[in-house]
Structures are given as structure tokens and as C-alpha cells.
Design a protein around this ligand. Structure first.
Ligand SMILES: NC(=O)c1ccc[n+]([C@@H]2O[C@H](COP(=O)([O-])OP(=O)(O)OC[C@H]3O[C@@H](n4cnc5c(N)ncnc54)[C@H](O)[C@@H]3O)[C@@H](O)[C@H]2O)c1
Ligand SMILES: N[C@H](C(=O)O)[C@H](O)COP(=O)(O)O
Length: 329
């Protein structure tokens, strides 16, 4: 055993692919206790044939792990689950699962949190007031406004400055201070959690051809370049603003460790195009480790046994690796 506590895995939306991926991930990792997790979820959400055992504390997971999925007691769904059919009545249990997993990580009872996918629309119908996990976790951890969303894959790491807002709102939210905050948080995480002593950041332009010297927009001159100069005053290795359409080529990617992008899809389209199966969503800026698969609830295939567990397994492995970087043996 590594001496470190297991990772806490949340239930996610039980009507999505989370339950079947949880079973598949356990099956793939059951021989490696170092990657053990404890599920914060209703045991009834798991596939009927998934061996599981209810435990009272995360440290009891080790004794269960090779033979069954350890499931923390206390989380109950009030309504039956129909795969692929979101049900707002599941929201209280989904939210409770996340809150309990975060509390366990904050208490050091688990090494961090990996979240199974939620369906934002269904959860909002159930009274959830946040855009997604990222903002909710920041509130739960007492650091609202400090959260940063990174998507990390084998080929690329991306970090959008603005997250789950409309494109029009994202343009209004672009500020020098926000770009600086997000880049500083990314730089710190790459050093502490990813083992990169001298991280290199590349910052995307907003406009076509990065504004073409102002002919196609002024955000580069007015917002992005001032942010770059403040980051360089911090001693951060940062380049840009780069033309977004060419900064994700293999040649360009060789010159940086993370791309700071201006909005959600400017970051996530290249990441999911290149690394959908192994991409991981990592929340930076929290006092706890949190990762998540890069996909959603996939209601269109839930329950059919064809969902790929690769991204969840990558999320569990990255969370374990981050705990090792933070507390070397
Ligand atoms: N980590 C998260 O919690 C997370 C991430 C992304 C989207 N979402 C939410 O999930 C819901 C659905 O989002 P969406 O439809 O845009 O994206 P999605 O990832 O759920 O599905 C997009 C497509 O990819 C396929 N797909 C997704 N994961 C797969 C897997 N593991 N194996 C095989 N195929 C897979 C789906 O079948 C679908 O065709 C939305 O509410 C969204 O906000 C949550
Ligand atoms: N934008 C992320 C993605 O597409 O992978 C995902 O929706 C993250 O949302 P959370 O804030 O719920 O992690």
C-alpha cells in the first residue's frame, strides 16, 4: 500500500454512463490497490452484476478493493433510475455525493475527488444553482472565484480563461486580471502537480490571426498583451498571443506545456479532437485534488455497455499521480 488514502469517486448522474464506467474502471484497476477508489454513491446505481460492499469510512476500502467496489454508506436515490433518462428527482443524491466526497478529501480521509459526469440541464431542473462541478467545488472548498478548469491529455493541456458562459458573455468577461489569474494558477499547478519545474505557457489570441495587428479586433492589444507583460514580470515563460488556428499543430504544441485559451470551445475542441478517450478535466485552484473524465453523461448510449472507460481511468490515474506529487512517499 502507498500509505495514502484512496481516491473518492462521485456517483454522477445515475442515468448516465457513470455507473457502468465505475464498474469497468474498478475491473481495470482492481489488481492495483494504489489506484483504489471509494464510491460516494447509492449502491443501487451500480450495474446489477457489479460486486460491491458498503463501508463506513474510506480506509476500509483497502480490505474490500480487489473483490468488490467499496461504496460509502449514506447516499440514497429516491427515484428509480432509467438509463438515458435524466430525472431531476436524482439531483439531491447527486449533489450529496459530491459534497460528501469533497468533505472527505478536505478531511484527508481520501486523496482527492474524481467526479463521474453530471448532466447540467437535469441538475439545474433539480435546483442546482451552479454551471457545473467546477464552480460548485470552489464554493464547497471556500475559494469561489479561484477555480480554473484544465483539460489535460497525452497530446495537449488546455485552460480556458472563461468557462460555462455564452460566447457573448465570455467576450465581456475577458479581462487582463482574469488572464493573469488563470495563467498564474496554471503555472503553479504545472510545477506542483505535474512535475514540470519550468512550465511554458502559450496564450491564444481571441480573433482570427490574433487580430492581424488590430485589423480584425483589438482584444489582443488591449487585453492579452498587457496580461502577458504582467506574467513575464512574474518570471513566467509565456508566449503569444498566438493565432488560434495554428497553435495546436504538432510542431506548435512541442513548444509549450499548456495553452491558455480565451473561451471554452477554443480550448476544448482541439483537446477533445486530439485526446477525447484519454483527456481529463482537472480543477486547479482548489485546496483538494479534483479530476473528472472529459466527457459527459452520454445519455444516448447509457446502459448499453458500449461506453469507453478510458477517460475515467485516466482521471483516476491522474488524481493518484497528483497526490503522489503533493505528498511524495
Ligand atoms: N465531466 C462532466 O461532468 C461533463 C463533461 C462534459 C459534459 N457534461 C455534461 O454532459 C451532458 C451531455 O453532454 P454532451 O452530449 O455535450 O457530451 P457527452 O460527452 O455526454 O456526449 C457526446 C458524445 O460522445 C459520446 N460519448 C461520451 N462519452 C463517451 C464514452 N465514455 N464512451 C463512448 N462514447 C462517449 C456520447 O455518446 C455522445 O455521442 C451535458 O449536460 C453536459 O454539460 C458533463
Ligand atoms: N466543460 C467540461 C467538459 O466539457 O469536459 C465539463 O462540462 C466540465 O464541467 P464541470 O464544471 O462539471 O467539471
Amino acid at each position: 500500500m502507498t500509505g495514502r488514502p484512496p481516491i473518492g469517486l462521485t456517483m454522477g448522474d445515475p442515468a448516465g454512463i457513470g455507473p457502468e464506467l465505475t464498474y469497468a474502471a474498478w475491473h481495470a484497476l482492481r489488481q492495483t490497490p494504489a489506484e483504489a477508489f471509494v464510491l460516494f454513491g447509492d449502491p443501487a446505481s451500480l450495474p446489477k452484476d457489479a460486486p460491491h460492499k458498503v463501508i463506513a469510512t474510506p480506509d476500509q476500502a483497502w480490505a474490500v478493493w480487489p473483490d468488490a467496489i467499496p461504496v460509502m454508506q449514506g447516499i440514497r436515490l429516491t427515484d428509480p433510475v432509467q438509463p438515458g433518462v435524466g430525472n431531476p428527482a436524482h439531483a439531491p443524491a447527486i449533489i450529496d455525493s459530491i459534497a460528501r466526497a469533497v468533505a472527505a478529501a478536505q478531511a484527508g480521509a481520501t486523496g482527492g475527488v474524481v467526479t463521474n459526469p453530471i448532466n447540467k440541464y437535469v441538475l439545474r431542473q433539480g435546483g442546482f444553482i451552479y454551471p457545473g462541478h467546477t464552480e460548485f467545488l470552489a464554493d464547497l472548498c471556500g475559494v469561489p472565484g479561484h477555480e480554473v478548469m484544465m483539460l489535460a491529455g497525452p497530446s495537449l493541456r488546455v485552460v480556458p480563461v472563461t468557462i460555462h458562459v455564452s460566447l457573448r458573455t465570455a467576450l465581456d468577461q475577458l479581462r487582463v486580471d482574469e488572464i493573469v489569474r488563470v495563467a498564474r494558477t496554471t503555472h503553479h499547478a504545472l510545477r506542483r502537480d505535474f512535475g514540470l519545474p519550468s512550465p511554458r505557457l502559450a496564450v491564444a489570441g481571441l480573433n482570427p490571426h490574433a487580430g492581424e495587428g488590430g485589423l480584425m479586433g483589438t482584444e489582443e492589444e488591449a487585453i492579452i498583451l498587457p496580461a502577458l507583460s504582467r506574467l513575464r514580470q512574474d518570471g513566467i515563460d509565456v508566449t503569444g498571443p498566438w493565432p488560434p488556428d495554428t497553435m495546436f499543430t504538432p510542431t506548435a504544441r512541442a513548444d509549450y506545456d499548456a495553452a491558455i485559451c480565451m473561451y471554452h470551445d477554443q480550448a476544448l475542441i482541439p483537446l477533445k479532437t486530439l485526446d477525447m478517450d484519454n483527456g481529463v478535466n482537472v480543477t486547479l485552484g482548489l485546496p483538494i485534488i479534483r479530476t473528472s473524465p472529459d466527457h459527459g453523461t452520454a445519455f444516448d448510449i447509457a446502459g448499453r455497455g458500449i461506453a469507453r472507460p478510458d477517460s475515467l481511468i485516466a482521471a483516476l490515474r491522474l488524481a493518484t499521480s497528483m497526490t503522489a506529487h503533493r505528498s511524495p512517499p
